[in-house]
Ligand binder design. Structure first.
Ligand code: KG4
Ligand code: ZN
Length: 415
C-alpha cells in the first residue's frame, strides 16, 4: 500500500490510511526493534544460518564447516562446496530455528549473501532464500558478504552496549578471498562504503593457505600457521613487499580534493608466496615437506607437539617469519591509511582477524595513534550467518528489499 498524507486515502488502492501508520518512521521503529531476521550464508566453504533480533541481539547461529571435505585437496573445491551446501542448507537452517525456539513463520525477513564468492556456492544459498521468502511471503534482503564481515564487529559491539561509533570509521576486511580497506559511513541508518585499498593479487588468507599447503602443513593454513609460529623465530627470514604506487586514478570527485589525489593503500601477497617457494627450493626442503604431509594425513587432529615433532627448526623459523611479514605489512599499510584519513575507529574483520599476532600488532599500534580498534570474537571472524542477518537490519529499516529475480554475483562490489 502506498501511503499518502495524514488521514488521506492510499494513492493506489483507495483505502483510508490509519493515522497511526501514516507516521511511517514511528511505525517502522516500533516494528523494527523486534524484527527477527533469518540470515543465510553459503559464499565459500561454510553453510550457515542465524537469527538476529533488531540488528543487535544474536538469538542463534549455526555453522556447518566443510573443512573435512576439502582437506584432502589442500583447498576449497568449488563443485564439492556447492554439493555440501545443498546437503546442509535445510538442516542448518532448521537447527538455527530450533536453537532459537522459533519457527519460519516468526521471521520478519530472510537475508542472504548474494556475493562476492564462489558462483555455484552462492547460488545454492540465494535459491534457498528466494524459495523461503516466496513460500513464506516474507521480504528478501540481499547482503554483500564483505559488508557482513564489517557488521560482525558492529553486532558484537552493540551486544556489549557499545552502539556509538566515532567516525571516520575504517574497516580492514581480511580473509581467504578478500583484503580490502573501506571507509564506512552511516547516513540516516543506511551504510555507505568507499574502497581505499585492496589486494592487487592474492588475499592475505589465501597466502596463509597456499604457504601452509606448500610446506605440507594442512588446510586451512591460517589457523595452523597461527598456532605454530610461536615456536619459530619471526626474524630468521627476511621478506620484502613491493612498493605499490598509491595514487588512485578513477576515483569520484570529493569536496575539497582533486580527482587524482585520493590516496589508496593497496596490498599484494602473491610475491611472498613465491619467496617462500624460492626459499624451499634453495634450501632443499621438498623431501622433508613430503614426509610431513604424509605423516599429518595419518593424524586426525594434530596437536602442537605433533607439529613441533614434524617441523624442523628451519621450517618453524620460515613459518614464523612469513606470518610476521604479512602481519607487519597489513598493520603498517592500515595504520598509514588511518593517519591519512584521520580515522577514529578501526574495525579489523574476516577470517585472518582471528590471527593472534595480527590482533596483538593492532592492539599495540592503535593506541599510539589514537585509533580505537575493534575485532570480532574469533568465531565471528570467520564466515557465519549472524553477520549477514546483522548487516540486513539497516536494509530492513529502509525497506531495501530484493526481488525474486535476485541472482548470485561472484564479483559483487561493495559501495
Ligand atoms: O572469512 P573467512 O571464513 O572466509 C572468506 O571470506 O574468505 O576466512 C577464511 C580465511 C582462510 O584463508 C583462513 O586460513 C584464514 O581466514 N584464517 C586465519 C586464521 N583463522 C582463519 N588466518 C590467519 N590466522 C588465523 N588464526
Ligand atoms: Zn568471509
Amino acid at each position: 500500500m502506498a501511503l499518502g498524507a495524514q488521514n488521506s486515502e492510499c494513492l493506489q488502492c483507495g483505502l483510508t490510511v490509519h493515522e497511526d501508520i501514516v507516521d511511517r518512521r514511528r511505525y517502522s521503529l516500533d516494528v523494527d526493534k523486534n524484527a527477527l531476521i533469518l540470515g543465510i550464508e553459503s559464499s565459500c566453504d561454510e553453510t550457515a544460518a542465524a537469527i538476529v533480533r533488531g540488528g543487535e541481539e544474536l538469538i542463534s547461529s549455526v555453522v556447518a564447516s566443510q573443512i573435512a571435505t576439502h582437506s584432502p585437496y589442500g583447498g576449497v573445491v568449488p563443485e564439492l562446496a556447492s554439493r555440501e551446501h545443498l546437503r546442509n542448507l535445510v538442516p542448518v537452517t532448521r537447527a538455527a530455528l530450533a536453537k532459537a525456539g522459533l519457527t519460519y513463520a516468526d521471521m520478519s525477513a530472510i537475508a542472504v549473501t548474494n556475493g562476492p564468492g564462489l558462483a555455484g556456492a552462492l547460488l545454492t544459498g540465494v535459491s534457498f532464500a528466494k524459495s523461503l521468502a516466496w513460500a513464506l511471503e516474507k521480504p528478501l534482503i540481499a547482503v554483500n558478504h564483505i559488508e557482513g564481515h564489517i557488521h560482525a564487529v558492529l553486532l558484537e559491539q552493540r551486544q556489549k552496549g557499545n552502539g556509538v561509533l566515532d567516525f571516520p570509521v575504517l574497516a580492514l576486511v581480511v580473509s581467504g578471498g578478500h583484503t580490502h580497506l573501506f571507509l564506512a559511513e552511516e547516513i540516516d541508518g543506511v551504510w555507505h562504503y568507499e574502497n581505499i585499498g585492496h589486494t592487487r593479487d592474492d588475499a592475505a588468507g589465501e597466502a596463509f593457505d597456499k604457504t601452509a599447503k606448500l610446506l605440507g602443513l594442512g588446510y586451512p593454513g591460517g589457523p595452523i600457521i597461527d598456532r605454530i609460529s610461536r615456536f619459530g623465530d619471526p626474524k630468521a627470514v627476511k621478506f620484502t613487499f613491493a612498493q605499490l604506487k598509491h595514487i588512485a586514478r578513477n576515483q569520484p570527485k570529493r569536496a575539497g580534493r582533486m580527482e587524482e589525489d585520493r590516496k589508496r593503500f593497496d596490498f599484494s601477497y602473491s610475491g611472498i608466496k613465491t619467496a617462500v617457494l624460492r626459499y624451499v627450493e634453495t634450501h632443499d626442503m621438498f623431501a622433508s615437506i613430503e614426509a610431513r604431509r604424509n605423516a599429518l594425513l595419518q593424524i586426525a587432529s594434530p596437536t602442537d607437539e605433533d607439529f613441533q615433532r614434524l617441523c624442523d627448526r628451519r621450517t618453524l623459523d620460515l613459518v614464523a617469519s612469513f606470518q610476521a611479514a604479512v602481519v607487519g605489512d597489513l598493520t603498517s599499510r592500515t595504520m598509514s591509511a588511518c593517519e591519512e584519513y584521520n580515522v577514529q575507529t578501526l574495525l579489523v574483520t574476516g577470517g585472518v582477524a582471528a590471527n593472534s599476532a595480527l590482533r596483538a600488532s593492532f592492539e599495540q599500534r592503535s593506541p599510539r595513534s589514537g585509533v580505537r580498534v575493534h575485532f570480532p570474537s574469533r568465531v565471528m571472524s570467520t564466515d557465519n550467518a549472524a553477520m549477514i542477518a546483522a548487516a540486513a537490519y539497516s536494509k530492513w529499516v529502509s525497506r531495501d528489499f530484493a526481488g525474486l529475480e535476485l541472482s548470485a554475483e561472484a564479483n559483487l562490489q561493495l559501495r
